[in-house]
Design a protein around this ligand. Structure first.
Ligand SMILES: [Fe+2]
Length: 304
């Protein structure tokens, strides 16, 4: 439904030490704390501290925010899934749009981040859209991609900088099923499709390079999604709710109730709408569901 769904609003990242995580994400531009709330998060019913961060340099190609989540129940934040490379079931990466990929990558590496892929220029089919791309690891090993979509839009003028989230990548079992499902949630425009193995990723796979099928879908607003099917599929990297690293993402909606109505019409079971007062007149309004691959997804109506 055009206009109701607003693309990926944010990606949820599990953290063991909130202050350390806030400091890192502030260094990559996410300095605007939209809310900082501690309580029981319904759905999984976990006691957690949740900090929603946006990036003041966000543009339409880097529109998404980051939600840091520290589980405070006994046992704390669950460990990250292990054994994967990229594209196994579960969330694989967060991609930030960047103005000046070489400079932003260099600045992060100089600040101590590990380079996972040196900057390079590529283009994607079927529209030959050019991009600059690089990867670093965050301090907890999570993959942070940097892209400047040079063939799409060059962002706003200004110095080299990381902007907001451009897309979130996750592994799925059935590409046609995923495309159909997320198409109904507004992700109707395909930026690229590839069945060629992206060779610079080869060193990431502990079990040897698989075949990769990936597509990238956007709606008219918000960040996009990059579902991936691997062959062989590799280990299950979905993990528990709130685990270290990216563990869920949220699709923005202009009306939570109307968005839920669309999901129910598709036969998707959802949690009840939740409204959390985050102070200062702000509300975190969301509802949880599991997508066709049982990934954790929320609908969010941001009022903060
Ligand atoms: Fe990506």
């Amino acid at each position: 439904m055009s206009g109701l769904f607003r693309g990926v609003d944010h990606v949820g990242v599990g953290v063991a030490d909130m202050e350390e995580a806030k400091a890192f994400y502030s260094r990559v531009g996410f300095s605007d704390v939209r809310f900082d709330w501690t309580g029981v998060v319904p759905g999984p019913d976990r006691q957690a501290r949740v900090v929603m961060l946006s990036n003041p340099a966000s543009t339409p190609v880097g529109a998404g925010s980051i939600k840091l989540v520290q589980v405070l129940d006994d046992g704390g934040t669950p460990a990250a899934p292990t054994g994967g490379g990229w594209g196994e079931l579960g969330i694989s990466e967060i991609c930030l749009h960047a103005r000046g990929v070489w400079k932003v990558h260099r600045a992060l590496v100089d600040a101590g981040a590990q380079s996972l892929m040196e900057p390079l220029t590529a283009a994607v089919d079927p529209n030959d859209v050019s991009l600059d791309i690089a990867y670093v690891a965050d301090p907890w090993g999570g993959k942070l991609e940097l892209i400047e979509w040079t063939g799409l839009w060059h962002s706003l003028p200004g110095p080299a900088r990381a902007e907001g989230v451009n897309h979130v990548a996750f592994g799925v079992a059935d590409m046609a099923r995923t495309r159909e499902f997320y198409g109904r949630l507004g992700f109707t425009e395909m930026l690229f499709e590839s069945t060629d193995f992206f060779e610079p990723m080869a060193p990431w796979y502990p079990y040897g390079p698989p075949d990769q099928h990936m597509i990238m879908l956007f709606g008219g607003q918000g960040a996009g999604i990059e579902p991936v099917v691997l062959e062989p599929e590799g280990p299950d990297c979905r993990g528990e709710w709130g685990h270290i690293g990216p563990f869920d993402f949220a699709v923005g909606v202009s009306s939570l109730e109307r968005g839920l109505g669309e999901l129910h019409a598709l036969g998707v079971d959802t949690g009840e709408p939740v409204t959390i007062d985050v102070g200062g007149g702000g509300q975190w309004r969301f509802a949880t569901f599991r997508d066709p691959d049982e990934l954790y997804v929320t609908l969010v109506e941001p009022r903060y």
